[in-house]
Each structure stands twice: as structure tokens, then as C-alpha cells.
Design a protein around this ligand. Structure first.
Ligand code: FAD
Ligand code: DLZ
Ligand code: SF4
Length: 512
């Protein structure tokens, strides 16, 4: 029995069962750069360059390890343009008895692969993706019968199951969560260690030329490409983070600083999500550093919670709630994305900086994605479908299984509260507290109404007012509705007027 084993661009892990169990003398691994995957949303140029280069390096590493690899380059004459057609093509001229794939990260591909057997006329096995610390089934079993799903409780189960930062049945240090220590803004003079960068080699240089030729109409800059594209270099990123930045990760996790996109974050989601790193090794490295006395508990726990908690949680959540998660629209929002989402041309400095950095780096850190761009998207009633597509294409770490729960569940509340216990909305004062953006802004964060007022201020109260029926019974919103209840009617009316003027400008795509 000879198998054709398809390995996708985000499955670059030698220990995946489909690869690890391959019979090197008989089986062939197929990898293909296909138009369909690169353009079903118009991914950021750096994302395509990153993934194609990582795929090419991975294929080389497999060949060096004596695997039989059939790698289809984007410009190859026999490139069929999509994954199914490519598999069909390879089967037609060769003597394969079966096809193997690994469970893909997107619902659309899984549904398609489930039909492949009948289309191809050969057995198709969908192998397990063993890179996660929980399975979709485990999440669904945990969710079964629960009125409310909360990441925090799922995370505690994961800590216990994998014995991470545990002292018997209890969390080390006596608390599960040290978030209260993790909300500091950064002093202007603070010097952040430089993030890890790599020079480009011939493979990456060829891919960059390809992206310039074939994807020139896609979002984002291709200059200054410095991502890791091999497992070895991705490990360097992880190890350097653990040594140089993890000690301060917790403290400055939520801080935003103009001109400093990378801060104390790990920048490993790119590598975790395409398989060059595994979540287990990242968690283990952080835990070891804590036990060695190199990092404080609030940082180690904060980092581990993101991976063992949030990352596992959103994946389980995605498979549990698909396909509805993609179409839910709790607030019935439908406004088109303003053009400044593509060119960063806006007078709101926070949005300008976050979108500009996204354009330059295919990266923005969590609070920029959540409390600036995400907050704005919900407050201005943008179409969930358009916001989802935007987040999926602009970030080099974005795949639907992780992007969609964060967008639909966390920022847009379009699932009506399955993921988040309340909408993540905030006025300008939150952004001012956590960043220095407001100092260079065309608007004034201290002003609540009028042409110079920070739009986040009146949009926030407009949102609270508009959705009082849906939200005022939520006990986590009680304080906000209490404040709202004490506000003067005329103040609310003025803010609603200003919000309406602003939203009309957005609809007309006028400068804001
Ligand atoms: P760090 O801040 O160093 O965090 C460490 C790791 O924790 C990350 O690498 C990531 O693997 C994990 N993590 C942290 N938060 C989350 C989360 N909410 N969900 C899942 N994993 C998390 N993350 C993606 O990997 N891909 C996405 O497409 C993506 N889209 C997002 C969209 C929105 C609207 C929001 C609010 C968050 C999104 N995130 C996404 C989560 C988070 O913002 C990124 O994982 C993080 O910014 C990546 O940078 P980092 O590796 O430096 O992370
Ligand atoms: C994101 C992406 C891109 C840009 N290109 C390819 C590709 O050419 N070939 C491939 O196998 N995978 C690619 N990917 C990753 C897939 O889109 C990803 O496997 C699915 O979205 C499932 O997560
Ligand atoms: Fe953003 Fe408002 Fe601050 Fe300007 S004043 S940077 S719009 S929060």
C-alpha cells in the first residue's frame, strides 16, 4: 500500500502522525502552493511569503530526512490551483492506493475533505492533529450541559490535566490567575529588548520576488521581511523570548506604545500556528524558567494561560460552534469597513498606529487587536463578515480556527455571549491609560462631545444606550448601566447625536 500524504501549509510538524508514520520507501508527501489557499481571502503579502518560505524549508528538511517529497511550486506548470485538483492530478499518473491528510484548521476544508473519497475513488484517511493539548471532542464534552462557558474554568482543567504550574491539586502560588498584576502601562523612557530577526536566504528571497509578481494587489508591505522560516530559527525566537522578555511579559502585556510594535510579547503565534513550534514546548519552556527562578510567577502564568488556556479554548470553541459562529450577528451590524482599514489614513491616532503596524508587520499584539481595532469595529457596528475577513487576511498568524472565535466571540460579541461574558467595549480613557497614542491624536480624549471629542467616548455611550435591552440584565454590565442611569438625559442625547454624525461619515467613507 503506497500512500499520498498531503501536508498543508500550517502542518509543518514532523511529529504529526500522518508524517511520522509514513513509510519512507513507499509513501510520498505532497505539498503545494496553490492559488485557492493564497487568495480565498487576499492574505497579507508577508503572510504568503512567510508561509511559502516555511513550506519550502520544511520540504527540504523532510527530504534531508529521506522522505519522498513532491513539492509543487506556485509557478510550476502542473500546478492545479487548488488542493483537491492537485491531489487528483498526482493520483492520475501514479500508483497510490490511498490518500492521507491531517485534520485541517478550517471548517470549509474539513467539509471538503470529507467528500474527497467519493470524488477521488480512493480511501482518504483524515489523521489526527496531535499538536494541541486538548481535542475538539474534549471541549464539547466539557461544554455539554453548561449554561455558561468560561475560559478560566477550562484553563484550570487543562492545568490539572497536564500538571502545569501545579502543587498537587492546587495552583502554585495559591492562585490560578495573576492578571491583576498584568495591567501596567509602559513608562516613555523604558527600553524594550530588540525582537529577534533573521536575514533572508535564497529560498525566502525567491518567494519574496514571487509575492511581488503574483500578489501585488494584496494588503501589506513586503519590505523588511525578518520572520523565522525554519524550526531551528523559530526555536531561537522562543528561547530568546523566554530569556529576555518573559520576565516582563506579564507586567506589560496590555501596554501599547507608539512606534514599538513588538514590546514584551513572544511573537510565536506565527510559528505555533504553522507547526514550526509546538504549544507543549512553549509551555514547558516558560514553566522551566519559572522553576529556575528566572521569571516571576505572574509572567509565567500569564504566558502559559494564553497558550494552555486561550489557544486551546478558542480551538475547541471553534469546532463546537461552527458553522453558526461564522454567520451569527447578535447586534445585526452591517456597516462596510471604512477605507482606512486598508491604508491607515485616519485622524484617530490609535487606529492609525495599529493599522499602520499591521500593514508593515502582519502583526499587532493582543490589546491592539482587541481594545483598539476590535473595540472600534464593535462600536461602529461594522459587518461581522467583513471584519472576520479582514482579521483573517491581515495577520501572519491568522487561520480561521483561531481568528474567528476571537473576532466573532471576543470583539464583536456576534455570538451573543457564548465566548465573552460581556462585550469588550471601552471609551477613550482605557486607550489613554494603556498607551501614549492620545498625545499625538487629532481628537482630545478628555472631551466627551463636540467635533474635537475622542470618537470612542461618544460611540461607547451610544453603544450602551442602543443595546440596553440586550445588555442591561448582564450582571457584568451592572456598574456601567448604573453610571448610564445617573447621566443627564441631555448629555446622552448630545453623545448620540455626535455618534450618529460620526457613523454617517463612516458610511459615506468620509475622513474621520
Ligand atoms: P503573545 O502575546 O506573546 O501570547 C502568547 C501566545 O498565546 C500567542 O502566541 C498565542 O498562541 C496565544 N494566545 C494569546 N491570546 C490568544 C487568544 N486570544 N486566542 C488564541 N491564542 C492566543 N491569535 C492567533 O494566533 N491568530 C489569530 O488569527 C488571532 N486573531 C485575533 C483576533 C482578535 C480580534 C484578537 C483580539 C486576538 C487574536 N489572536 C489571534 C490572539 C492574539 O492576539 C495573538 O495570538 C497574539 O497577538 C499573537 O502574538 P504573540 O505570539 O506575540 O502573542
Ligand atoms: C494560508 C495558506 C496559504 C496562504 N497558502 C497555502 C498553500 O498554498 N498551500 C497550503 O497547503 N496551505 C496554504 N495555506 C494554509 C491553508 O490555508 C490552511 O491549511 C487552511 O486554512 C487550514 O488551516
Ligand atoms: Fe484614540 Fe481617542 Fe486617544 Fe485619539 S483621543 S488616540 S481616537 S483614544
Amino acid at each position: 500500500m503506497a500512500a499520498l500524504i498531503l501536508v498543508l501549509g500550517d502542518q509543518l510538524t514532523e511529529t504529526l502522525p500522518a508524517i511520522a508514520n509514513a513509510v519512507k520507501s513507499k509513501d510520498t508527501i505532497l505539498m503545494a502552493e496553490v492559488r485557492e489557499e493564497a487568495t480565498y481571502v487576499k492574505h497579507h503579502k508577508k503572510k504568503i511569503a512567510f508561509l511559502f518560505s516555511a513550506m519550502r524549508h520544511f520540504a527540504k528538511a523532510l527530504r534531508d530526512d529521506n522522505f519522498n517529497v513532491n513539492y509543487v511550486h506556485y509557478s510550476d506548470k502542473n500546478n492545479q490551483g487548488d488542493l483537491l485538483a492537485q491531489v487528483k492530478h498526482e493520483l492520475s499518473g501514479n500508483d497510490f492506493d490511498e490518500v492521507k491528510v491531517t485534520m485541517p484548521g478550517e471548517h470549509r476544508l474539513l467539509k471538503s475533505m470529507e467528500q474527497w473519497e467519493s470524488v477521488l475513488g480512493k480511501p482518504v484517511t483524515i489523521c489526527e492533529d496531535n499538536r494541541f493539548l486538548s481535542t475538539p471532542q474534549e471541549f464539547s464534552d466539557w461544554a455539554e450541559g453548561k449554561k455558561q462557558l468560561r475560559m478560566e474554568f477550562f484553563y484550570r482543567e487543562m492545568r490539572r490535566k497536564h500538571n502545569v504550574l501545579m502543587d498537587g491539586r492546587n495552583p502554585i502560588g495559591g492562585k490560578w490567575n495573576y492578571d491583576a498584576q498584568n495591567r501596567e502601562s509602559m513608562p516613555e523612557t523604558h527600553k524594550v529588548p530588540k525582537h529577534t530577526t533573521f536575514d533572508i536566504d535564497d529560498i525566502t528571497s525567491n518567494v519574496i520576488e514571487l509575492v511581488k509578481d503574483e500578489f501585488s494587489d494584496h494588503f501589506g508591505d513586503i519590505d523588511n521581511f525578518h520572520f523565522a522560516v525554519t524550526r531551528e530559527d523559530a526555536l531561537t525566537v522562543l528561547n530568546t523570548f523566554i530569556e529576555e522578555r518573559l520576565p516582563n511579559f506579564g507586567q506589560y502585556q496590555d501596554a501599547m506604545v507608539e512606534g514599538k510594535p513588538w514590546l514584551y510579547h513572544s511573537h510565536i503565534a506565527f510559528y505555533l500556528n504553522c507547526g514550526l513550534l509546538t504549544p507543549k514546548e512553549a509551555i514547558h519552556a516558560a514553566e522551566q524558567a519559572y522553576h529556575a527562578g528566572q521569571v516571576p510567577l505572574n509572567s509565567a502564568e500569564g504566558f502559559i494561560r494564553q497558550i494552555l488556556g486561550w489557544r486551546e479554548y478558542v480551538r475547541g470553541f471553534y469546532w463546537h460552534f461552527m458553522p453558526n459562529l461564522k454567520t451569527d450577528n447578535y447586534f445585526n451590524n452591517s456597516r462596510a469597513l471604512p477605507s482606512f482599514f486598508w491604508d491607515a489614513q485616519t485622524n484617530m491616532n490609535c487606529m492609525r498606529q495599529c493599522i499602520k503596524e499591521t500593514q508593515q508587520n502582519a502583526y499587532a499584539h493582543h490589546i491592539q487587536r482587541l481594545m483598539v481595532i476590535g473595540n472600534f469595529s464593535l462600536l461602529t457596528e461594522l459587518s461581522p463578515e467583513e471584519v472576520q475577513a479582514w482579521y483573517l487576511l491581515v495577520y501572519a498568524d491568522a487561520y480561521e480556527w483561531v481568528e474567528l472565535p476571537n473576532v466573532a466571540g471576543m470583539i464583536l460579541y456576534s455570538d451573543g455571549g457564548n465566548l465573552a461574558s460581556k462585550p469588550y467595549v471601552a471609551s477613550g480613557s482605557y486607550i489613554n491609560k494603556m498607551s501614549n497614542y492620545c498625545k499625538n491624536c487629532g481628537y482630545q480624549v478628555s472631551k466627551k462631545t463636540g467635533p474635537k471629542a475622542c470618537p470612542f467616548n461618544y460611540l461607547y455611550w451610544h453603544f450602551i444606550d442602543k443595546h440596553k435591552e440586550k445588555l442591561s440584565n448582564n450582571h457584568r454590565m451592572a456598574m456601567i448601566y448604573k453610571t448610564y442611569g445617573r447621566m443627564k438625559e441631555e448629555n446622552i442625547e448630545t453623545m448620540k447625536q455626535d455618534a450618529s454624525t460620526f457613523l454617517t461619515k463612516l458610511t459615506k467613507n468620509e475622513e474621520v
